[in-house]
Design a protein around this ligand. Structure first.
Ligand code: SF4
Length: 361
């Protein structure tokens, strides 16, 4: 693997887990090291340090009947150690809605936990890191959408799922990176407003050219905005000198010059699925243009030889949550860790999410 990976999480010391026997810790550490599948970085000693936490979290979630959801960009100790469901925004919003448990713990950034509350308002939704934001969702508010609607009256508004409940409440339909192209194409009329991601908006403008005019907003994901088409070109050149033919997989939150240089564009689930298929078919040299969590999942879930090339970028908001925060929120949830949204905002935001489920299925 040529890809530079982020540093391993450092313990914060905010909570002390229960004491377990050496045998239990050894067994759990072996399980963790096996499922994470990065034996050099996550060796047995490292796994032993987190084992008491995963053991206690897994016991508590059974005892309290809590369903733990984690976004792909969370760290592998959370994903493979304690999560019941791991995926991208679209699948996770459905998982939150359909889970039979009455308490959901959402390990991710705030807007995702809010989305879980909107689709299942009768459930308790715990969010261990209340200050874990997102440059997209923090860059737009309800008033910004109302201003756009006033400027362009009668035009449907589609909002990316990376928005607050207040913004979703102002939109006609919500979309995710797995369905924005197909859903926006289905909207009535020949114009639409798309918020907040300008890069996905530019991608939409290109894809719907001649069919619809797309009015876009000025938001961006600070992680995906870092990548450039030039960097991909130079990596391709360097690799081809060594006789390596790269397949480049990118997330649509990247700018258009990146997408133009890419072989496959898609949500994190699509990128993982395609990377696993490529490696199974012997195309092992893959460049991933997205957050580091996607690469960590591919490494853990691939049974085939894989050569991940380049440098992923880490989202500081996504990495705010650690096992300790999850344990603390399960044991002693603070008021700010329990998602509360006004009922009228929930009712309005729910319409945009239900419309997404209807148009996506
Ligand atoms: S990766 Fe980008 S879009 Fe995702 S949470 Fe981080 S800042 Fe937001």
């Amino acid at each position: 693997m040529t890809m530079e990976m982020p540093k391993l999480p450092q313990q914060k010391g905010i909570i002390t887990p229960k004491i377990y026997s050496e045998a239990d810790i050894q067994l759990e550490a072996e399980r963790l090291s096996d499922v994470i599948q990065q034996k050099e970085r996550w060796d047995i000693e490292m796994c032993k340090t987190i084992a008491p936490m995963t053991l206690e979290i897994n016991n508590l979630k059974k005892e309290k009947d809590v369903f733990i959801i984690a976004h792909t960009y969370q760290t592998p100790d959370i994903i493979y150690g304690v999560a019941d469901e791991v995926s991208d925004s679209y699948s996770l919003s459905k998982a939150a809605r359909d889970a039979p448990q009455q308490t959901i713990l959402f390990s991710s950034v705030r807007f995702m936990a809010e989305t879980a509350k909107i689709v299942s308002p009768h459930k308790t939704v715990l969010h261990p890191s209340p200050d874990a934001g997102c440059s997209l969702s923090d860059g737009i508010n309800g008033q910004d959408v109302r201003n756009l609607k006033q400027k362009y009256p009668g035009i449907p508004v589609a909002c990316y799922i990376n928005t607050t409940a207040e913004v979703k409440a102002e939109c006609d339909v919500c979309v995710t990176s797995s369905n924005y192209l197909s859903i926006c194409e289905k909207l009535p009329g020949n114009k639409l407003i798309f918020v907040p991601d300008k890069f996905m908006g530019k991608h939409l403008q290109k894809s719907l050219k001649g069919k619809k005019e797309v009015i876009i907003y000025d938001g961006e994901c600070e992680v995906h905005a870092v990548f450039t088409g030039e960097k991909i070109k130079s990596w391709r050149k360097r690799m081809s000198i060594q006789g390596i033919e790269l397949t480049v997989l990118s997330h649509p939150e990247c700018d258009s010059d990146v997408l133009e240089e890419s072989d496959i564009i898609g949500s994190s689930e699509k990128l993982i699925k395609n990377a696993l298929e490529l490696s199974a078919n012997g195309k092992k040299d893959i460049m991933l243009i997205t957050e580091c969590g996607t690469a960590e999942r591919i490494m853990a879930e691939s049974d085939n030889e894989l050569n991940l090339i380049g440098a992923c970028v880490m989202c500081k908001h996504m990495k705010k949550t650690q096992l300790e925060d999850i344990l603390q929120a399960l044991k002693y949830p603070k008021p700010e860790q329990i998602i509360q949204i006004d009922q009228d905002i929930i009712d309005k935001a729910r319409i945009s999410l239900d419309e997404m489920f209807r148009l996506a299925e």
